[in-house]
Structures are given as structure tokens and as C-alpha cells.
Design a protein around this ligand. Sequence first.
Ligand code: HSE
Length: 298
Amino acid sequence: NEIKIFCPGTVSNVACGFDVLGFCLDKVGDEMIIRRTSKKGIYITKIEGYDLPYETEKNVAGVSALALIEDAKPDCGFEIEIYKKIKPGSGIGSSAASAAGSVFGINELLGRPYNKKILTYFAMKGEAIASKCEHADNLAPAIFGGFVLVKSITPLEILQLPTPDDLYVTVIHPQIEIKTAEARAILPKEIPLQKAITQWANLGSLVHALHSNDYDLISKSLHDEIIEPYRSQLIPHFSDVKKAALKAGALGCSISGSGPSIFSLSKGIKTAKDVEVAINNIYKTTGIEFDMFVCKIN
Ligand code: HSE
């Protein structure tokens, strides 16, 4: 009647896949304990780590859980304890980890009445209150794992992509907060056709590269000429970090989600750690607090 779950962080957009592509991190994430109660409803009973609302209707984990129980109409309620480790506004899917975690856990306690796609649909209701729009490029990887392409939101269509075995990610998280809603508001409403052509060519070739384990093609595809030029202005020393990562051997480097985190993909853990050292050398001179980690994509 109680379940403890790990709610993974995720990197969305992955350079050329704005709002449609993401991947899951293997050891960075929140924890949640969900307990069945005789009183119906959803109750957030504990939040540790960061200051987030306890009111169910204002909490992303609460809102997604409500969407699930409105459909399932279980004969019980649920208490949720949230142990937040991913800082809100970090760009590695903090709200998605909470939104996905509550529905995943409740589904387990109910005997798995829903599949992962439907869980993603419920979780989108929670994610929407954090980012003011429904997108699933963090949620779907948190629920499915690995690389995931969100082909469509309405109707929801999700494609799981293969993850090359030797692919690692290095993430730097400067300790400044960028709200997704604000990072979306600065984006252009229209884009030049030539840039769109480059972007969908890169996204297509990245998907092909994942299927064919082609690290060179991953590297050639990891570019974003549409979103990164705008959002990178919100991230101190972005271009120095990117230059250092590429020089240290990264396959590519771009903004994680809506920032401020920056991710670099590398072939092999050694290169990923070299990239970590190179970026650390840049950022430690800036006076801005930050943390870093290297993860396998899982
Ligand atoms: N795709 C979204 C964005 C993810 O970049 O705005 C942020 O959570």
C-alpha cells in the first residue's frame, strides 16, 4: 500500500528537437513515496528539498495525480511525499519528474491499469501548470526511459528510440533560475524557411544516427539554429562552455530544456569526464555557483 519511486531528470529538445525529443538521466532525480489512504483524494503531505506548494491543485505532482484519479475513480485516496533533488527551473525536467512520478506510482499501487502513454497524458496536465503549455518532451523520457520522440500531442503519439551503448552526457547547471514560461516567451513566432529546413534535416539525421549507432552522425546533427541563439543569451558564458566542450571531444553541446543547464553528449565515459573538467575550468572563474554531473543515458 506504499511505494517509493525514483523520478528521473531528463534533457529535452536535444539541440534540434525542440518540444519533440528528450532523453532520460540514469542517476539524477527526485524521490517520492506514495501511500494509499482510505480518504479519497490526493494529499501532498511532505515536500523536502525545495519550496513548492502543498495545495494539490497548485502542485504539478498533485495535478497530474488528480487527472489520473478522475479517470480511474479508485475507492481510496493517496498521500504523496516529495523529496525534491532537482532544482525547479534548472532545465533538467524538475516539474516533469514530479508530474511523471505521481502518476507512475499511483498506477503501480492500482495494479497498472494504464500504459505508459496514458500516464504521459495524465502527467501533461501537471506539467502544463509549470510551463503554461502542454509539452511532453521531458515527461515521456521520464516515463519511458532512454531517447523518446513525441510525434504528436493531440492525439498523443510517442516513439521510443534506441540509445547507443556508449553515449554519455555531461551537464552543467549554473545556479540561476530560468522559468520555462519565460524562456518560451522570448522565442520568435515565425522562423525562416531555410532555418527550418536545416533543423528538420538535423533532427531526421539524429534519429537515424541513434538507430545506426553512428556517433559521427550524432555529432553532425547536434545543432540548433532556431532556439539556441535566443535562449543562450539568458545563460552566462554559454558560448565559452560550448567551445570548451567541443574542444574536449564532445559530440555536441546545447541547452538542456529551457536552460540554464547545458548538456554535452560524448562517446565514452572518459571523454564525458574530460568535457566535465574543461567546462569546470571555464565556470569556476566566473563567480557563478554551479554543479555538474556525468550520466549514462538510460
Ligand atoms: N521543450 C520545452 C522547452 C522543455 O524547451 O520549452 C522545457 O521544459
